[in-house]
Design a binder for this molecule. Structure first.
Ligand code: ZN
Ligand code: ZN
Length: 494
């Protein structure tokens, strides 16, 4: 790579600093990195290093050049895409990729699901959150992300990514159809998303057996728009009501909410089915999946990546996933071998056990394992240990024992000694066991090697390489159409 530590030519005249010089400095100080200082910071850096004036635009161009050196410039990124995907699949066996071009051989869609997370998803709760975010690059377009949620920390477990030309029917259809090749339809499957009409329609068509719920976080933002004051409080109250477990409690609190915020309740009643947002009315197994912080955690991952061109973006996402997998793999292996449950659930059960033990219990049917437990609130709860249900609904939905169930288990076991965690194992979903959890992170995620290390067969390199997409142009067309739409005649004489 060209290096330019000397900016003074032999004639003694000061040479102009080129973007190439800036790129060389970036390479030296930030080797192999996509995330380099801003042009403004580079400006100071370059001036200090070379002792000459340099313009902001030169720094900006140099910064872009440095990224292009690593993975080719954005245009070239599309050209080498087939080879990149070949290398990605080679480094990560069982990876599913799909690249679609239009009739002019322009890039249209790209789908990537790494082998490690396809396999790992088998050990995750079958709740998939689907989000889309606009890409902030010259080509534009939209990034779709499908994620599961880790049972221990409520953070995301990415399953699949796709770049499409927008949140349209066609692109959603393609995305879900491709997703179905790695995750088959099943009654256990739950999708959670915002209320994009195309997405809702397509999920129903492609995954008819699955259940579809709405992301509470996104919905709370729609809800709060229906009041003029105290919007954050409204959003918070709404999320609380949405997350209630028992139908009685829900009815009571939703009535209160309705009284306090009639305009919000009117909006909800009119435009959103209650079973799509209220936890207690949801027909599928949504567990304790928390979508209240979905926006933040995804932004943390993609805020920087979505400003990058295609390949640097994928590299960044893959690096991040690799780092997560490594961290959680380590977490799962650490800790005493006596620990069998993920700590989130173990801690909850530790807290619940002494409280549950104090409750009073009456057996209803000792053969069928049915009990009545008197809660601290003075209300009676019906526990069925065979069905693993309690009328407070926590046992049913979260899939580990509530206090009432804990009391029933103690009664059922007829122990004199205090209840051990191990006594509860039969009543806890497999997904919360460390042995299951660890399997989700079993496989290593490998980044795509540097381009100079690629060994790509002739068939791949000889294949027709896609051209960059025309997204921006399409947007302009739409804008033009929209602005002409209001006129009675064409803007130009025909
Ligand atoms: Zn969301
Ligand atoms: Zn209960």
């Amino acid at each position: 790579m060209h290096s330019c530590s000397r900016v003074t030519s032999s004639t003694g005249k000061k040479r102009k600093v080129t973007p190439r010089c800036v790129a060389a400095i970036v390479h030296k100080d930030y080797p192999g990195l996509y995330e380099t200082p801003t042009a403004k910071i580079l400006l100071g850096l370059v001036q200090r290093k070379l002792g000459v004036e340099v313009s902001y635009t030169t720094c900006l161009r140099g910064k872009k050049l440095a990224v292009a050196d690593i993975r080719g410039d954005p245009e070239k990124g599309y050209k080498i895409l087939p080879a990149y995907l070949y290398m990605l699949e080679k480094a990560n066996p069982d990876t599913k990729t799909s690249l679609v071009v239009d009739k002019n051989n322009r890039f249209r869609y790209l789908f990537v699901a790494l082998g490690a997370s396809i396999e790992g998803f088998e050990y995750m709760r079958k709740v998939i959150t689907v989000d889309a975010t606009f890409l902030k690059t010259v080509e534009g377009g939209c990034l779709i992300i499908a994620t599961a949620q880790d049972p221990n920390l409520h953070h995301y477990y990415p399953i699949a990514f796709a770049v499409v030309d927008g949140e349209k029917n066609e692109s959603w259809k393609w995305f879900f159809t491709t997703l179905k090749t790695i995750i088959p339809d099943s009654t256990e499957l739950v999708f959670v998303s915002d209320r994009n009409p195309s997405l809702i329609k397509v999920v129903g068509e492609v995954y008819p057996m699955s259940k579809h719920g709405y992301c509470i976080w996104h919905l709370s933002h729609n809800v709060k728009a229906h009041v003029n004051q105290g919007r954050d409080e409204v959003a918070l109250q709404f999320r609380k009501v949405a997350c209630l477990y028992s139908e009685h409690e829900f009815k009571k609190q939703y009535d209160d909410f309705r009284e306090r915020y009639p305009s919000c309740a009117r909006y909800l009643d009119k435009s959103v089915e209650v079973k799509r947002w209220a936890k207690c009315h949801f027909p599928g197994a949504r567990y304790n999946i928390d979508t209240s912080n979905c926006a933040e955690s995804l932004n943390a991952l993609f805020e920087k990546a979505r400003r990058m061109s295609l390949l640097p973006m994928f590299d960044t996402v893959i690096d991040k996933m690799s780092e997560w997998f490594n961290r959680h793999r380590k977490n799962a292996a650490e800790g005493p071998s006596s620990r069998k449950l993920v700590s989130l659930v173990e801690n909850k059960l530790h807290k619940r056990t002494p409280k549950g033990s104090k409750l009073s219990v009456t057996p209803l049917n000792t053969f069928q394992l049915e009990y009545i437990v008197l809660g601290e609130d003075g209300k009676t709860y019906y526990v069925d240990l065979q069905q693993k249900t309690c009328s407070c609904r926590k046992f049913d939905i979260d899939k580990y024992p509530c206090r009432h169930a804990i009391r029933a288990i103690i009664k059922c076991l007829q122990h004199d000694k205090p209840l051990q965690l191990s006594d509860m194992y039969d009543f806890i979903s497999n997904y919360y066991f460390i042995t299951t959890w660890a399997k989700a992170y079993r496989r290593t995620i490998y980044p795509v090697p540097h381009i100079t290390h690629w060994l790509v067969p002739k068939e791949v390199t000889a294949a027709k390489c896609p051209l960059p997409p025309d997204y921006k142009k399409k947007k302009e067309d739409i804008r033009k159409k929209a602005s002409f739409g209001g006129r009675k005649s064409a803007p130009f004489p025909s």
